[in-house]
Design a protein around this ligand. Structure first.
Ligand code: PXP
Length: 246
């Protein structure tokens, strides 16, 4: 039985970058991430997440325009804090921007953002996004000093990096860090999201943390979709989340 308090409903945002990765492997025009987003929505996604990387290795600028046109649920734009990305966000005005660290050589986002570095630049970027009416979220490791710094920067939300838990779900310390981090962030008035490396097999204990209101999940859902179709893969994830949330 989950602890009392916190949000009863856990939102599922689906990261559709992986659909674009497949398309870019052939520099073709399929599969289309915007079409995938619509299917995710009809299967029960609460929002769509897309990461526009500086090297444009998967999502392209035109994909964001298409997503903004066709999606009916909130769009969460993941991006690095650069002038170019800030200008794109200000033009597109997605529901939410999640700031992430970006390294060119990495295969995927490897660690959380160090929000204690360059606080003035961070504060300025967050203020620009807030002035454009965009909800802001910071993708961070579940470390108390990162959570404190995020609150001091007046971000709307944090997204706790679940990578360490996903790599070692049997190690109770990895889950405890997420549980404690979520409680700490909530007490500071931050909305709490989480994501990275979550699957139907490991999502349960994270979904049971009632201070977490939103999950961002991509790779495992798109991988499963190859076998059962996208809508069925989304439903499987929803079921796995909801079983633990009751
Ligand atoms: N959240 C953030 C900030 C990410 O960068 C990613 C990776 O694309 C995810 C969530 C989703 O991770 P995964 O694709 O492993 O589910």
């Amino acid at each position: 039985m989950a602890a009392s308090g916190g949000a009863a409903y856990l939102r599922l945002f689906i990261n559709i970058d992986h659909v674009a990765t497949l398309r870019q492997a052939r520099h073709a025009d399929e599969p289309d991430p915007a079409a995938a987003a619509v299917l995710c929505e009809s299967a029960g996604a609460d929002g769509i997440t897309a990461h526009l990387r500086e090297d444009r290795r998967h999502i392209q600028d035109a994909d964001l325009d298409a997503l903004a046109r066709v999606t009916r649920t909130p769009l969460n734009l993941e991006m690095a804090l650069t002038d170019e990305m800030l200008a794109i966000a200000e033009r597109l005005r997605p529901h939410q921007v999640t700031l992430v660290p970006e390294r060119r050589q990495e295969v995927t986002t490897e660690g959380g953002l160090d929000v204690t570095r360059e606080p003035d630049r961070m504060a300025e970027g967050l203020a620009r996004l807030a002035a454009a009416g965009i909800r802001t979220s910071l993708f961070i490791d579940p470390a108390p000093r990162m959570i404190d710094a995020s609150a001091a920067l007046h971000a709307t939300a944090i997204e706790l990096h679940t990578g360490q838990y996903a790599h070692a779900p049997a190690n109770p310390a990895t889950l405890a860090a997420l549980r404690d981090g979520a409680a700490h962030a909530c007490a500071l008035g931050l909305a709490v999201h989480a994501g990275h490396g979550l699957t139907v097999r490991n999502v349960g204990p994270v979904a049971a943390i009632r201070d977490i209101q939103e999950l961002n999940i991509g790779h495992s859902i798109i991988s499963r979709a190859v076998f059962v179709g996208l809508e069925a893969a989304v439903r499987e994830m929803r079921t796995a989340m909801e079983q633990e949330r009751r």
